[in-house]
Design a protein around this ligand. Sequence first.
Ligand SMILES: [Zn+2]
Ligand SMILES: [Zn+2]
Length: 96
Amino acid sequence: MPKCEICYEDVDKVYTCKLCGVAFCEDCGDPKRRICALCIDEEEGEEEDLDEEHEDEEFEDEEEPEEEDEEEEEFEEEEEERDERRKGKKSRYQVR
Ligand SMILES: [Zn+2]
Ligand SMILES: [Zn+2]
């Protein structure tokens, strides 16, 4: 039975670290990447993650429900008495 060189425990299967060559169990590293726990930090530092998460800025046009019941009562007091200028009012009333 293989033996993990990191935790020194007999495990079913060990993986060889591609960096340091240590035999590690699945609990002491990343079997998929073949990196032991001791080298994971280095590996992550070398490989620059180009997978920048492009957060899609979704411009949601969700109108926020305005629960303001304040009715803006616009009292447009346009009581401007229109100068009823009767243009037709001819003041040429010639009084002789
Ligand atoms: Zn181990
Ligand atoms: Zn390693």
